[in-house]
Design a protein around this ligand. Structure first.
Ligand code: IPE
Ligand code: IPE
Ligand code: MG
Length: 265
């Protein structure tokens, strides 16, 4: 497993184009309601938006795209909507995996998959297997995913693997057990639909991610708004705890990045 490093342990390289983009695709229901259509029509349209956004990410040289498709809290929705979303997931995987593979895209699905129907779990496993060697873009779909669940499952697995070191675990010990261990931390996060919250998405990995919120509803999201988000990202000063002066070319190197403390010894 590649070690992508941690933004709280060492200052990461900053590029002009985000290497990893994370998106909360929100606003499908409202998009449909505005058109007097059932909410689920918005979800269907949302899959088409995702297809276009994947292509736009590849064109822009983004290497990792992670999208929130279904949260661990979305089971609270009406059963008809949940079952429509599950069927849509099955249909999208059946239709799209071959195309993802042809385009050099690696598929990953992260979340507590145990609650899904066997058919869906099989499609996920087959899709991941088929595309495992691709590296043009890694598309990660977060499904029945919750950030707190992720941290807990990682801690529990680490505890089982290394009970003898309980009390001395470090970030680096936990990292390989987190669901997103195959990707660097997101550089840019976009949430559509106007809400300005994280809704239990990658709460560990978003520690130093640049956040961008847009009122645009997900089915109406397009490459222009993606470019606006990237443009905003480029203007940000990613300091990772340092001062602006320290970022200027020729500035003296910062002192050791991780001061010794009982928490990160
Ligand atoms: C996001 O759109 C998709 C899922 C959560 C599955 P919503 O369904 O949350 O749409 P709004 O927020 O109700 O408009
Ligand atoms: C977050 O959207 C989850 C997904 C987009 C899959 P929600 O629409 O469920 O979020 P809340 O409940 O409004 O915060
Ligand atoms: Mg929503």
């Amino acid at each position: 497993m590649a070690d992508f490093g941690s933004s709280t342990q060492a200052v990461p390289e900053v590029r002009d184009v985000p290497r990893h983009l994370a998106i909360i695709m929100d606003g499908n229901g409202r998009w449909a309601r505005k058109r007097f259509m059932p909410r689920v029509a918005g979800h269907k349209r949302g899959v088409e938006t995702l297809r276009r956004v994947i292509a736009a990410c590849i064109e822009r040289g983004i290497e990792f795209l992670t999208v929130f498709a279904f949260s661990s809290e979305n089971w609270r929705r009406p059963p008809e909507e949940v079952s429509f979303l599950m069927n849509l997931f099955v249909a999208a995987l059946s239709d799209e995996v071959a195309r993802l593979h042809e385009n050099g895209i690696r598929l990953k699905v992260v979340g507590d998959l145990g609650r899904f129907e066997p058919r869906l779990r099989e499609l996920i496993a087959a899709g991941e297997r088929q595309t495992d060697g691709n590296r043009r873009l890694t598309l990660t779909i977060a499904a029945n995913y919750g950030g707190r669940w992720d941290i807990l499952q990682a801690a529990n697995r680490l505890g089982q693997a290394h009970p003898e070191r309980c009390g001395q675990w470090t970030e680096a010990d936990l990292a390989p057990y987190l669901m997103m261990a195959h990707a660097p931390e997101p550089d840019l996060f976009i949430r559509t639909g106007g809400e300005e919250r994280i809704s239990n998405f990658m709460i560990w990995q978003l520690a130093y991610t640049e956040l961008y919120f847009t009122d645009r509803l997900w089915p109406d999201f397009d490459a222009r708004i993606l470019d606006a988000a990237i443009g905003s990202y480029r203007k940000r000063e990613r300091r990772f705890g340092r001062t602006s002066e320290q970022l200027r070319p020729g500035a003296a190197l910062s002192p050791p990045e991780v001061p010794a403390s009982p928490h990160n010894a």
